[in-house]
Design a protein around this ligand. Structure first.
Ligand code: DLZ
Length: 160
């Protein structure tokens, strides 16, 4: 199979390729729902801004970030999805749960991407407290959902 590879650095957020025919899956964790909804809104609107059709953007929710891996696999295994964006917020607590979840999700999403040879974007916000998460979900540090969507578009452009 012939593959034309381009450099990721050929693209920036103002010069993204046409995605009008691309199909996206957004998987959103319900823990910290207000914040993950803001990430999802950022990702969804970014895809629309860059030409994706609303009917080509599919959204699924999963209970918590730990479930993002399997939720993403369900999306990635579909022939009707070209790229998956996984969104969650993990806030540090008194125990090491955050470490376990974040490592599992990072490894899991990597495995899904390689298994299905599709972009599966790691849109997990991992912070020490809720304010830091809000700052990254449309606050003073931007919106990681937007970044995740741009990354998905960039990755799709690498493999045409
Ligand atoms: C259990 C748990 C905890 C303590 N914290 C978070 C969190 O900050 N963010 C998140 O998305 N999910 C959390 N969860 C839930 C786990 O991701 C998972 O849903 C449960 O352990 C069930 O597998």
């Amino acid at each position: 199979m012939a593959t034309s590879l381009k450099n990721l650095s050929d693209y920036n957020s103002d010069q993204l390729p046409d995605i009008s025919g691309k199909r996206f899956g957004i998987v959103v964790a319900e823990w910290n729902k207000t914040i993950t909804d803001a990430l999802c809104k950022g990702a969804y609107e970014t895809l629309l801004t860059h030409g994706a059709k609303p009917e080509n953007i599919h959204r699924n929710t999963v209970p918590g970030s730990f479930e993002l891996t399997l939720g993403s696999q369900y999306m990635a295994m579909s022939n009707e999805i070209d790229a998956v964006i996984a969104l969650g917020v993990v806030i540090k607590g008194e125990t090491k749960h955050d470490d376990y979840i974040c490592h599992a999700v990072a490894k899991g999403l990597t495995d899904v991407a390689l298994k299905f040879n599709k972009p599966v974007i790691f849109g997990l916000v991992t912070t020490n407290d809720e304010q830091q998460a809000l700052d990254r979900a449309g606050g003073k540090h931007g919106n990681k959902g937007v970044e995740a969507a741009v990354t998905a578009i960039q990755m799709l452009a690498l493999h045409s």
